[in-house]
Design a protein around this ligand. Structure first.
Ligand code: CTP
Ligand code: MG
Length: 221
């Protein structure tokens, strides 16, 4: 698949678990916001034509300031759930061929991961996710916290972003009414369509808590 690549960046969350006094996307890491780093990383990868950022209505000014001077970026108003924010951004790019969906909170994702995802979509895989093996032992528990089973981790993967899609497929996935999903590939799975994996990278982890911010500091250092 040839044609334009548009990256959608949901950045309309509140960052409750991070607990900063501003939304997570605008928290700074070494003088640059997570949002700036995420958008800059996408554009620097060399395979993204345009970025559409979804931010909460009250953060529009904040977002424009955070990305002042960055070309090829547009803004839309996000929604109550992450999937609402992605849908709002998707609606703003009727013409694109390949869509990436990338969390602002995964702001240190290497360019190689972004390029690998785009290359896999271009090679004919309509839905692509970067993944890592699970290194911890994983147990299933009951409602009372008692262990029910030790899960075979060899078949498990941790999923990252950017997730890449044939734009038409992602539109179809978001048009469905199957309730919220924590990632976009989950919506594609509900259609019964195949989702392909490519290797992710430890640096593409999501900043959720203050501890994660400290890890990112260490990565940058
Ligand atoms: N996001 C969004 N719109 C929402 C909720 C989340 O665009 N209504 C975005 C976040 O800004 C983030 C990404 O989706 O870039 C992943 O979500 P998460 O890590 O959960 O971020 P927050 O929702 O901001 O954090 P928390 O759940 O701790 O409040
Ligand atoms: Mg959230």
């Amino acid at each position: 698949m040839s044609g334009a690549v548009t990256a959608l960046v949901p950045a309309a969350g509140r960052g409750v678990r991070l607990g900063a006094d501003i939304p997570k996307a605008f928290v700074a890491l070494r003088g640059r916001s997570l949002l700036w780093r995420a958008v800059h990383g996408l554009l620097e990868s060399g395979c993204v034509d345009e970025v559409v950022v979804a931010v909460a209505a009250e953060d529009a000014g904040h977002a424009a300031h955070a990305l002042a001077g960055v070309d090829r970026v547009r803004f839309v108003t996000g929604g109550a759930q992450r999937s609402d924010s992605v849908r709002a951004a998707l609606d703003a790019v009727p013409g694109t061929d390949v869509v990436l969906v990338h969390d602002a909170a995964r702001c240190l994702t290497p360019g190689s991961v972004i390029r690998d995802v785009v290359a896999a979509v271009r090679a004919g895989h309509p839905a692509v996710v970067p993944v890592l093996p699970v290194t911890d032992t994983v147990k299933q528990v009951d409602a009372g916290g008692a262990v029910v089973a030790t899960v075979d981790r060899s078949a498990l993967r941790v999923v990252q972003t950017p997730q890449g899609f044939d734009a038409a497929l992602l539109r179809r996935a978001h048009a469905g009414d199957g309730g919220p999903a924590t990632d976009d590939a989950g919506l594609v799975e509900r259609l019964g369509e195949r989702v392909t994996t490519v290797p992710g990278h430890p640096h593409a982890f999501k900043i959720t808590t203050p501890f994660d911010l400290a890890v990112d500091e260490a990565v940058l250092g």
